[in-house]
Design a protein around this ligand. Structure first.
Ligand code: SF4
Length: 307
């Protein structure tokens, strides 16, 4: 407690305009409605049956760092290897694609440019294609059919890029539309082939079908928690407590789901046996009145429906 008081006093005396005194772990992030507020980032991994297999809460403003811990969490909890990973564009990064490839996991994660053909930007990087027939020279072919040679390597934010430079730009009639520099340069991340592979997979009929399935299981979990149960806010404060609260919520979600499935099975079995019962009775005791049997059975059937 004393540490917390000191911490708060330091925050108040600092020059920061905003000091979060309510929850020291929550971060100011942009919400889906465009508002800035205190948020935690909630992560859920589930299967097609909408059973939550892994859950966590973190402070990151985006989801890119959460794919690997999510997959590892699912594998740890289920003791099974994850074969396919489906996630939205927020999880797309070269690091994640590399991780999936290394671990033999088939990924279905769109990037933000998937489906964009840049038709209104004919000299966009997208239209510069690798010369697949001449891999030795490592060149790109521009939209005008000229060549760009490998020039150098550059590093930025843990990404490594190959920089290509045009060799025939001087005499190019469309140069003014393509570049203002002496020669056009194009940067390609060295792991771009992984992204190409991912795009091809997602644009296939099977890929589209698999990705479409993603929205149903995971979004309906969030939909149920938020809209049906009204769980919009955490009740506790601090990352550890918020994590524990969310685990508990996910645990009860799974238990309710299990209970519902079991209840349906019990109800189905009971109703089936009740329906068979009069037939058996009438067959064994033809002297008993059929109406008499239904009067006895009716309350049981009603009770099962209430349960
Ligand atoms: S400026 Fe260079 S890269 Fe651009 S279209 Fe012309 S030749 Fe190709």
């Amino acid at each position: 407690m004393q540490n917390k008081v000191v911490d708060v006093e330091q925050s108040l005396s600092s020059e920061d305009e905003k000091a979060n005194l309510t929850d020291r772990d929550a971060c100011f992030q942009k919400g889906k409605k465009g508002n800035f507020d205190l948020f935690y980032n909630v992560q859920v991994g589930c299967n097609e049956q909408q059973v939550i297999l892994h859950a966590s809460v973190c402070k990151d403003a985006n989801d890119r760092q959460q794919l690997q811990p999510g997959i590892e969490g699912v594998e740890k909890n289920t003791k099974q290897k994850v074969e396919k990973a489906i996630a939205d564009a927020g999880y797309s990064s070269f690091n994640n694609m590399e991780y999936l490839k290394k671990n033999g996991i088939e990924g279905f994660i769109p990037d933000q440019d998937l489906g964009k053909k840049f038709k209104d930007q004919p000299y966009h990087k997208f239209h510069f294609k690798e010369d697949k027939e001449d891999k030795e020279n490592d060149e790109l072919i521009c939209p005008a059919g000229k060549r760009l040679k490998y020039h150098r390597e550059s590093k930025e934010n843990k990404n490594t890029f190959k920089v290509y430079k045009g060799i025939s730009c001087d005499n190019c009639p469309v140069k003014s539309l393509c570049t203002k520099a002496k020669a056009r340069t194009v940067r390609i991340e060295v792991r771009e082939p992984l992204q190409e592979e991912m795009r091809e997979r997602l644009e296939s009929d099977e890929g589209k079908m698999i990705y479409k399935k993603r929205f149903h299981p995971v979004e309906s979990i969030f939909g149920h928690l938020k809209f049906n149960l009204g769980y919009y806010h955490f009740l506790l404060r601090g990352l550890d407590k918020v994590n524990a609260e969310f685990y508990l919520m996910c645990l009860t979600y799974n238990l309710a789901k299990l209970f519902k499935k079991t209840a349906i099975l019990i109800r189905f079995t009971a109703i089936s046996s009740l329906m068979m019962h009069p037939i058996v009775k009438l067959y064994c005791y033809p002297s008993l009145s059929k109406n008499f049997l239904y009067v006895i059975l009716l309350p049981f059937v009603m009770l099962l429906h209430i349960v």
